[in-house]
Design a protein around this ligand. Sequence first.
Ligand SMILES: CC(C)(COP(=O)(O)OP(=O)(O)OC[C@H]1O[C@@H](n2cnc3c(N)ncnc32)[C@H](O)[C@@H]1OP(=O)(O)O)[C@@H](O)C(=O)NCCC(=O)NCCS
Length: 150
Amino acid sequence: MRAMTQADVDAVLAIEQAVQRFPWTRGNFIDVLESGYVCRVNETDSGEIRGYAILMMAADEAELLSIGVAQAEQRKGLGRAMLGEILGAARERNLQRVFLEVHSSNVAAIALYRSAGFSEIGARRDYYRNADGCEDALVMACGLKDESNG
Ligand SMILES: CC(C)(COP(=O)(O)OP(=O)(O)OC[C@H]1O[C@@H](n2cnc3c(N)ncnc32)[C@H](O)[C@@H]1OP(=O)(O)O)[C@@H](O)C(=O)NCCC(=O)NCCS
């Protein structure tokens, strides 16, 4: 992966709107770029963006804010590779743990996170709300040091 820039926002937003149930806005992506979060994209040899991941660091912990893979590129190992790389970036910064929140019905993402070492540490009832109703968020964490793993 390489660092995301403002020039990538259109392509990232197109994937976001196609694959996320509650997509971020252009402004959300601009904000995370300007805030200096770890924003990475994965692209093909021809320069077409096919995935992205965003990590927010706070003290010695971090939160995975978003990860997405273009529909046509899903189920080929890209999500796992990007998540591994972003966790590697967190380890390089000597962080202790990475947290995330995920829709309780997002079986694909939950399976990916579990396989990467995340486990559930809690839930937020009715955390996600839209016109169709409410949905719980699962809170998951991954320890980056051997002694605190999980
Ligand atoms: C979640 C997401 C990033 C996974 O990316 P991906 O490149 O398709 O995932 P991978 O091919 O690396 O798969 C890794 C593991 O995730 C799980 N997984 C991925 N897609 C799955 C699906 N449709 N159903 C069940 N498990 C799935 C599997 O455990 C898989 O391992 P396996 O292939 O050995 O069985 C992708 O589905 C996506 O972009 N979804 C929409 C956005 C989203 O929900 N993001 C997370 C919340 S921000």
